[in-house]
Design a protein around this ligand. Sequence first.
Ligand SMILES: NC(=O)c1ccc[n+]([C@@H]2O[C@H](COP(=O)([O-])OP(=O)(O)OC[C@H]3O[C@@H](n4cnc5c(N)ncnc54)[C@H](OP(=O)(O)O)[C@@H]3O)[C@@H](O)[C@H]2O)c1
Length: 280
Amino acid sequence: MTILVLGGTGKTGGSLTKLLHEAGISFIVASRSGKAEPYKAVTFDWFNPSTFENPFNADSNIDKVYLVVPVAYYDIAPIVNPFIDLAISKGVKRIVLLTTLQTEPGVEPTFGAVHQYLASKDIEYAVLRPSWFMQNFAYNFYQSIRENNEVFSATGDGKIPWISTEDIAQAAFDTLTTPESIRKDLLIVGPELLTYDEAAKLLSSVLGREIKHKRHTSDEQVKAFSQFLSPEFSKLLVDMEVAVSQGFEESCLKEPLSRLYIGKHKLEDYFKANRNVWIK
Ligand SMILES: NC(=O)c1ccc[n+]([C@@H]2O[C@H](COP(=O)([O-])OP(=O)(O)OC[C@H]3O[C@@H](n4cnc5c(N)ncnc54)[C@H](OP(=O)(O)O)[C@@H]3O)[C@@H](O)[C@H]2O)c1
């Protein structure tokens, strides 16, 4: 039996492949380049459906899939749902889908429509719904921290249960490999709630220079995101930030423990371990 890891060259998928490798579990990575050294990989592109069969042609034993949807693309259900059908027709018995903490099933377009579609299928599944990644400080804010000593958001004083992509990968590993029969979604959160102001203060103390949190209005934040994302996707992200400012993510922690997956990694430790990223 083999696990197909979509997004296996990315942050969560890359950590997942390490865990699978260490556990001696058979897996294959799908990537646009067809490369994921040192692991076995196959060419796969969400925007080229003729590549959807490639993983199943390369390995006829695929029975589980880790599914990272096309990144930063707005209307994904028409792209992803046909792949879910194909995977099931090829013998896949369990799919673990990565969405976001704030996306309820059925919310369209984007992730919610895929979540609902997956839940309507007669297979095992887990939907991992993580909060904001700690790694955003190294990727999304790489330049603004190094060049301008700032991060920016429309989250105001809202608290975020920052999550490490390593913890998300562990949640993916656990849900992919559990012998239990599963059909559920999990809210994936970190062990602490911190505002952007508090996160910037922690990073400042780790770096020994002041990093500020620039408070944007919604409109300012949409404009900032629109420099590298579509206007629709930018608006979606900003709506999620506004929900943070209104206490939505903090309130998620009041959900029953059975719905929560609480990661181990703390933001300060992440900053300390990756300090060099933000040093010029
Ligand atoms: N950042 C956050 O705070 C946050 C919070 C909650 C949820 N999320 C969700 O997390 C997901 C991103 O996960 P991640 O950070 O693990 O991924 P990532 O590091 O952004 O990597 C993206 C992965 O997707 C693959 N990919 C990109 N375009 C592709 C295409 N056209 N066809 C096939 N594969 C493609 C890339 O592989 P190749 O380049 O090798 O093809 C890569 O493996 C997104 O859906 C995002 O919405 C993010």
